[in-house]
Design a binder for this molecule. Structure first.
Ligand code: GLY
Ligand code: MN
Ligand code: MN
Length: 462
């Protein structure tokens, strides 16, 4: 065989391995690979010339148990396999030490560290990539990919060049492997602690994750569309005598058939008195005619969550009292959405509902509920709105966000007022997931799922 022919065969084999392995790693949708690098570069700007070391989640001991990637690691890498780490070095200027030595300027650097392949466990888990796999840098989108064993040396070399960098090590302070890595770095440098220990990298990633890109919003839209289909299937399955769990199963089946990899939280199907328990999830009761049923169920699509709740009459028709409460909750949701103003309004929460609060959507919804309708004792209904109005949504269904700051362009969050009157066994929650467009307008991703009582009743019959 000629050398030329041999190199073609080699190239074809390399391509086959890359396709095969990247097929394993990239079965899901993703934002464009270049976007992850933009995120890493944005993170590097906050490192004060230091280094971020972020670990992936670890493989469960029993490898058939579910694995979900660490949210911040995924946000920065797009890598869904367990057992990796990444390092991002932020650029820093030339400086002088106290002894007068020049420390040269250093530039941006990013490295993905992958564990060595284990051909035995791959019989259980399927083929993995490691740093020696041909084409791994292109497949992962990182400037460099090294084996995990190189991580201590990279960290020790960078911080050892100028120990002041030890003040700016950013890591997951809640992850044992990340903590161990920082402690080993200190040991490698011959000290007990480096800097004051690691800074919490999640403080920096929170700021980045709060504002979603167009590609992220598209993934949340896909999660939401699949979840809308699930909610509609659930509505049709509600009948007296049907178990709550049966409806939960139908919702899970539908969202997965529509492309979700899993529910984004344990589905809640609570009828009658269970409708008044906020996070009821045993879903074990049989539904009875005359009850309302709260269904809080949604899926995650390519690791992006949605979050939706609807409330239905088990017998197919709301009573006058159920409709009265339902319309108050719906009115509160609409009042909050109408009061939205990008860059001005915050979400707020239950602990700030006093007369002095004028800039939160939560307060708008609370005021609406508290000034419409009464309980059986003639009291206002505000005290039955037991939880905050909403939360940020993203890779996590409760995505990190600084709630003291106003909502703004690119943010994704829920508006989910609820009234839970245990005495009347009536719980109503209506929850949609929204995003703020680049024009500052609020867009309801769940707009096409019925909101009005008559539309909910009609959807149950269809
Ligand atoms: N599904 C959980 C929540 O609404 O916050
Ligand atoms: Mn929610
Ligand atoms: Mn919910």
């Amino acid at each position: 065989m000629t050398t030329r022919k041999l190199s073609w065969i080699f190239a074809a084999r390399v391509l086959a391995v890359v396709l095969c392995v990247s097929g394993v790693a990239q079965a899901m949708d993703s934002v464009p690979k270049a976007e992850y690098r933009v995120r890493r570069a944005a993170l590097s700007a906050g490192l004060k010339g230091g280094v971020a070391v972020v670990f992936a989640g670890t493989e469960p001991v029993l490898d058939f148990m579910p694995f979900r990637q660490d949210a911040d690691f995924y946000y920065l890498s797009g890598w869904i396999e367990p057992g990796a780490a990444l390092v991002v070095i932020g650029p820093g200027p030339e400086t002088k030490t106290r002894l007068g030595d020049i420390v040269p300027a250093h530039g941006y650097k990013e490295i993905l560290f992958l564990p060595a392949r284990n051909l035995v466990t791959e019989k259980y888990t399927g083929i993995k990539m490691d740093a020696a796999t041909a084409g791994v840098a292109a497949a992962t989108g990182f400037d460099a990919v090294l084996p995990m064993t190189a991580l201590p040396e990279v960290l020790t070399t960078f911080v050892g060049e100028d120990r002041r960098r030890g003040q700016n090590i950013w890591s997951q302070t809640d992850v044992p492997a990340a903590k161990a890595s920082v402690e080993f770095l200190a040991a490698s440098l011959g000290v007990a602690v480096i800097g004051n220990g690691a800074n919490d990298v999640r403080v920096l990633t929170m700021g980045l994750r709060t504002v979603k890109s167009a590609a992220e919003i598209e993934l949340i839209r896909k999660a939401t569309d699949a979840s809308i289909a699930a909610q509609i299937a659930g509505m049709k399955a509600i009948k007296p005598g049907v178990r709550e769990r049966t409806v939960a199963g139908i919702e899970i089946e539908t969202m997965m058939a529509e492309g979700c990899e899993r529910p984004s939280y344990a589905p809640i199907v609570g009828a009658g008195k269970n409708s008044t328990t906020l996070h009821y999830s045993s879903n074990e009761a049989l539904m009875k005619a005359g009850e309302v049923v709260v269904i809080d169920a949604a899926g995650e699509y390519s690791l992006y969550a949605s979050d939706i709740t609807r409330t239905m009459p088990v017998g197919g028709k709301f009573t006058a009292r159920q409709k009265e409460i339902y319309d108050i909750v719906l009115g509160a949701q609409r009042a909050a959405a109408a009061a939205f103003f990008a860059g001005k309004m915050r979400l707020g929460n239950v602990s700030e509902r006093g007369p002095e609060v004028t800039d939160t959507l939560d307060k708008v919804a609370f005021d609406y509920i508290n000034t419409h309708g009464k309980d059986l004792h003639g009291e206002p209904l505000g005290k039955y709105f037991l939880h905050g109005l909403g939360h940020s949504v993203g890779i996590d269904v409760h995505d990190p966000m600084d709630y003291s700051k106003p909502l703004d362009k690119g943010m994704v969050f829920t508006i989910e007022p609820g009234v839970y009157i245990a005495e009347e066994q009536i719980g109503v929650r209506i929850e949609d997931t929204y995003y703020v467009g680049q024009d500052g307008r609020l867009v309801d991703l769940v707009a096409k799922l019925p909101h009005e009582t008559t539309d909910v009743e009609a959807a149950m019959r269809k």
